[in-house]
Design a protein around this ligand. Structure first.
Ligand code: CUA
Length: 144
């Protein structure tokens, strides 16, 4: 076997190890990936639902050019399950300073779970150009 081939195999093995470590570490830290929920889980009204003192669900309806609900408040240390739909065109949802980046596609429910430990106001912005009012499309999550 050529020396260069051996080097390529070693490099590939190292990269694969780094990849598996990153996946393992993300799972250990509770990082979840956005995913689409099956049909039948659809909703039409935006709302915040309290499951317990530290568990909440927010159902966001995105439409030109707002998120409903526009503002929610939860206590620090809470887990927030975010459900997202679009009532019209494709939108995006990004929670600033959190690892949340979702797409809102008409006809599908997107889901991601996120933990809020630090108090503060977290802006929610649309990150997908959705028309002339795109830059005004925002909401906020207040963590107290
Ligand atoms: Cu909605 Cu940009």
């Amino acid at each position: 076997m050529d020396k260069i081939e051996k080097l390529a195999i070693v490099c590939a093995a190292i990269l694969l190890s780094v990849f598996f470590f990153a996946v393992w570490d993300a799972r250990k830290k509770g990082v979840t990936l956005p995913n689409c929920l099956p049909p039948g889980t659809a909703f039409t009204e935006g709302k915040l639902v309290k499951l317990s003192e530290k568990e909440y669900q927010v159902f966001y309806v995105s439409k030109m050019w707002t998120f409903i609900p526009a503002r929610i408040e939860i206590p620090a240390g809470s887990r927030l399950d975010i459900f997202l739909i679009s009532a019209d065109v494709v939108h995006g949802l990004q929670v600033v300073r959190k690892n949340v980046n979702m797409m809102a596609v008409n006809g599908a429910v997107n889901f991601q779970s996120v933990q809020f430990d630090k108090p503060g106001v977290y802006p929610v912005v649309c990150h997908e150009y959705c028309g002339i009012g795109h830059q005004f499309m925002q909401a906020e999550i207040a963590v107290r």
